[in-house]
Design a protein around this ligand. Structure first.
Ligand code: PRP
Length: 222
């Protein structure tokens, strides 16, 4: 790989298309044949960028360990991983909430601080810290997907999960009980790359900042 090439870790799945679309608006284009392939490493047409396609929760790891110079992932993932990475830009897309959810009858109910609440989640750290701050003892039940099932089949009282449109909760008879925090996509940069590849990283940040400013202007005049 040429030394001035930047390797960028992208979350596969819901954020991948939005991230690549933003790069395209910034003039960093990936050819259709690459996009349609099942390759896990794809390149921009100008060869300046290599994109590695990874599980969302793994983006901070690839960037922290420096095998990717930069990455794009949700704030939710960063809060959960606590990886030591530089976070220079909020890219504004991929908005979602991280919320406590459960069956509707739980809405407005106070917690019994003497009873342990079972919470199923992919976000062990976020859930633990949130309930610890409230002084509510919890037992975290770690799951890696289809978390909404847990309250339906009696595995947990509540879940802590990502809510984007709210459709999954609604269609499973669940509701948001409390919003813990909000999340959008972030650009993250490896701390060493930030200095060693200052010019390349700086130009990427400048290009993305330019797009964000243009979008802000367009939204103002819409
Ligand atoms: C996420 C999340 C919810 C759903 C929320 O799951 O865990 O299940 O999306 O989206 P909505 O509010 O728009 O319905 P994901 O699709 O990532 O799959 P998973 O269940 O395998 O984690």
């Amino acid at each position: 790989m040429p030394n001035n090439q930047l390797t960028i870790a992208l979350s596969k799945g819901r954020m991948q298309d939005d991230a690549l679309a933003m790069f395209a608006r910034a003039g960093i284009v990936v050819e259709e044949s690459e996009l349609k392939s099942r390759k896990l490493i794809i390149h921009s047409a100008d060869g300046r960028y290599a994109f590695i396609l990874v599980k969302p929760g793994d983006v901070p790891t690839y960037v922290e360990y420096g095998v990717a110079d930069a990455g794009i992932c949700g704030r939710d993932v960063l809060l959960e991983s606590q990886a030591d990475v530089h976070e220079p830009l909020d890219l504004k897309f991929g908005y979602c909430r991280i919320a406590v959810a459960g069956k509707r009858e739980l809405m407005g109910q106070d917690y019994n601080l003497l009873a342990t609440v079972r919470v199923a989640t992919k976000y062990k750290r976020i859930a633990s810290e949130y309930f610890q701050q409230k002084g509510v003892p919890i037992e975290v039940i770690p799951l890696s997907g289809s978390v909404e099932l847990a309250p339906l089949i009696g595995l947990s009282d509540r879940i802590v999960d990502l809510v984007e449109t709210g459709r999954t909760l609604k269609e499973n008879g669940l509701d948001v009980i409390e919003v813990i925090t909000e999340s959008t996509a972030r650009l993250v940069v490896n701390r060493a790359s930030f200095h060693l590849k200052r010019q390349e990283v700086g130009s990427l940040i400048a290009q993305l900042t330019d797009i964000l400013e243009k979008e802000r202007e367009n939204a103002k005049h819409a």
